[in-house]
Design a protein around this ligand. Structure first.
Ligand code: XMP
Length: 179
């Protein structure tokens, strides 16, 4: 796997530091209310970010999963996002925080936002590890952003190319011949 990597953009120490900071920002936003908090990770790209983030969050919470597919071994947003697994938990009148790996074209979070608002949460916010500001459209905002990156396809720390590299511990760019 290491031989496929061209360069590391954010190493695992930098990721760990920023994820801990983000947890502080999120915790400051949610008092530990009776109604609790529901985190909605978008599978599968957010799994490592989620696992690291929630262990720094002190409040009571539930997890509800959603799966959205958009890329199938592609490096551009060639398809529209589609929901392949809907939320498995009631969020009516709950504080909902969507967790995603990256805000790229915004198609995924636009779809997820529409679906979740129909279910009448009390509040709806979004946390993303990465954001590509040159691509993200103005109507799709994230309330918490880990890092802003340039418009290049990245892998690692949960993000894949064609199903691989999710276990690479850093955020990295592949060698051009690997795409
Ligand atoms: P958007 O915002 O374009 O993002 O709907 C959709 C999903 O596509 C994946 N994505 C990426 N995956 N490297 C990846 O490994 C990237 O640079 C990248 N950009 C988008 C990701 O799963 C995101 O949720």
């Amino acid at each position: 796997m290491e031989g496929d990597i061209d360069r590391i953009l954010i190493d695992q120490d930098g990721l760990a530091r920023r994820v801990r900071e983000m947890a502080g920002e999120i915790a400051a936003c949610y008092p530990d209310e009776d109604t609790g908090l529901v985190l909605v990770p978008i599978l599968a790209g957010s799994i490592i970010f989620l696992a690291d983030l929630i262990r720094h969050l002190p409040m009571k919470m539930k997890l509800g999963m959603m799966t959205v597919s958009s890329y199938a071994g592609a490096v551009t947003a060639s398809q529209d996002a589609s929901l392949t697994r809907d939320l498995n938990i009631d969020i009516t009148d709950q504080h909902v925080l969507v967790i995603d790996d990256i805000l790229d074209t915004g198609k995924t979070l636009r779809l997820v936002g529409q679906r979740l608002r129909e279910r009448k949460p009390r509040t709806l916010r979004t946390a993303v590890l990465l954001r590509k500001p040159s691509k993200a459209p103005p109507d799709v905002m994230a309330d918490f952003v880990g890092f802003e990156i340039a418009d290049e396809f990245v892998v690692g720390y949960g993000l894949d190319y064609d199903g691989h590299y999710r276990n690479y511990p850093h955020i990295a760019v592949l060698k051009p011949e690997k795409y």
